[in-house]
Design a protein around this ligand. Structure first.
Ligand SMILES: NC(=O)c1ccc[n+]([C@@H]2O[C@H](COP(=O)([O-])OP(=O)(O)OC[C@H]3O[C@@H](n4cnc5c(N)ncnc54)[C@H](O)[C@@H]3O)[C@@H](O)[C@H]2O)c1
Length: 157
């Protein structure tokens, strides 16, 4: 039985994903979370969580016996360009907190499965748009794209 935490659940992807996960795993096994105090899409289970607060994240993972995390909290393209340092901090430190909690849980025999979306923004103007090879040029030009490319490498690491 999976116990699932969705971070950034009030967003475009999260709002759809929580519903789909609840249908698949049972609403009582899916905990929606967002920095907002408002349960915007009436998730069956909802909590406020700032992904940059690692202690709070750890507590939820332990208390709820979480086995999977979907980390969706991010600043995207145009918003990121308006505040690049803020975007970098949220996108990278948020992911790092989740990966670090997974590493710590793994070390005590309680593995966590992490899902984290990258983006087409990880590619740039020199990436061939037709017949794009699996290994290709990745030269993102936005802070959002740069954080996604770094996040891909970090997750593999
Ligand atoms: N929407 C797309 O088409 C698309 C495409 C590719 C990848 N993605 C990726 O999917 C993920 C979600 O995208 P989205 O479109 O749903 O974004 P969104 O902006 O709609 O939602 C992001 C959510 O994160 C929350 N959030 C912000 N700061 C937070 C924090 N510190 N702690 C917790 N929550 C916080 C926001 O309140 C918001 O509800 C992102 O990583 C994005 O890069 C989205």
């Amino acid at each position: 039985m999976e116990r699932i935490l969705v971070i950034g659940a009030n967003g475009q992807i999260g709002s759809e994903l929580v519903e789909a996960l609840a249908a698949q795993h049972g609403a009582h096994n899916v905990l929606a979370s967002d920095i907002s105090t408002t349960n915007l899409y009436n998730a069956a289970r909802y909590t406020t969580l700032n992904v940059l607060d690692k202690d709070a994240l750890c507590k939820i993972v332990t208390d709820e016996g979480i086995t999977q995390i979907y980390q969706l909290a991010a600043m995207l393209s145009a918003t990121g360009e308006a505040a690049p340092l803020k975007a970098w901090t949220l996108n990278m430190d948020g992911l790092l907190n989740v990966l670090e909690v997974a590493r710590e849980r793994g070390a005590i025999g309680k593995p966590l499965r992490i899902f984290w979306p990258s983006s087409i923004a990880a590619f740039g103007p020199n990436t061939p748009a037709v017949n794009t090879p699996q290994m290709t040029v990745m030269d993102p030009t936005t802070i959002y794209g740069i954080s996604k490319l770094a996040g891909e490498r970090l997750s593999e690491y």
